[in-house]
Each structure stands twice: as C-alpha cells, then as structure tokens.
Design a protein. Structure first.
Length: 134
C-alpha cells in the first residue's frame, strides 16, 4: 500500500526535491553534550587542584603544577574537551548564520584547522613542560 500524499509528513517542496534529513544532527548533539559533561567535571577539577597545589602565583609554581603527570593528563583532557566543544559550537554558528556556500565552506575549514592547530600547540606545550629535562 503506497503512502497517500495527504498523510505524508513531508512538505510539498520536500517531496519535490527528495531531500531529507542530513543525518548528522544526532552525532553533533551527542558530541556537544558529552564534551559539556567532560567540561563540567574537568573545569572545577582544574580550578580546585590549581588553587590547592599552587602556593604562589609564580612561573615556577605553575611549571611545578604542570610537571606533575596526573595534572598534565588532566590539563590535556581539559584542553581537548574545551577545544572540541568550541569547534562544535562555532560550526553551529557558521552553519546557522552564514548563507553563502563559499563563505560557509571557508569558515568551516578555518574553524576546523584553527581548533586542530590550537589543540596541537597546547598539548605540545603541556608535554614539553612535562618531558623536558630542564
């Protein structure tokens, strides 16, 4: 039995074009929620741990804090979660408010590459401080 066009949930334009859902929204939604939960856990951990372990606001105290392997792993996780969350959020903004296809494509590419570059630089900095013999 074929579906009656009157009972279809699709709009007339949707029936003519044949385009449906992009099937990418669910993964994006879950990614935003999971990174939000990670940030809810890692953000306060960082603030509380830094406040308890750094006795003075000096550069040496900050280096000692990052030099602890547990703190280094936590900082890397915090950086990864925050930059991933930022990348997803900026992607939504670009997709919602930029309507020209070329501008949208360029901004999405810049967003992705900037997030990757920032993550690589930040993680490298934490690992360099942790593994440098100086």
């Amino acid at each position: 039995m074929a579906k009656d066009s009157a009972s279809s949930m699709r709009t007339p334009l949707g029936r003519v074009k044949g385009h449906g859902s992009g099937h990418g929204g669910t993964g994006h939604f879950i990614g935003e929620r999971v990174s939000s939960i990670a940030l809810i856990i890692l953000g306060p951990w960082f603030v509380i741990t830094a406040a308890l372990e750094m006795h003075d606001p000096s550069f040496v105290s900050a280096l000692d804090f990052v030099n602890d392997p547990v703190n280094a792993v936590g900082i890397i996780l915090l950086l990864a979660a925050s930059l991933y969350h930022m990348c997803l959020g900026m992607q939504v903004i670009v997709e919602d408010y930029i309507h020209k296809p070329l501008g949208k494509t360029l901004l999405l590419a810049v967003n992705f590459l900037l997030c990757i570059a920032l993550a690589a630089a930040a993680i490298y900095a934490v690992l360099h401080v942790n593994f440098s013999g100086d």
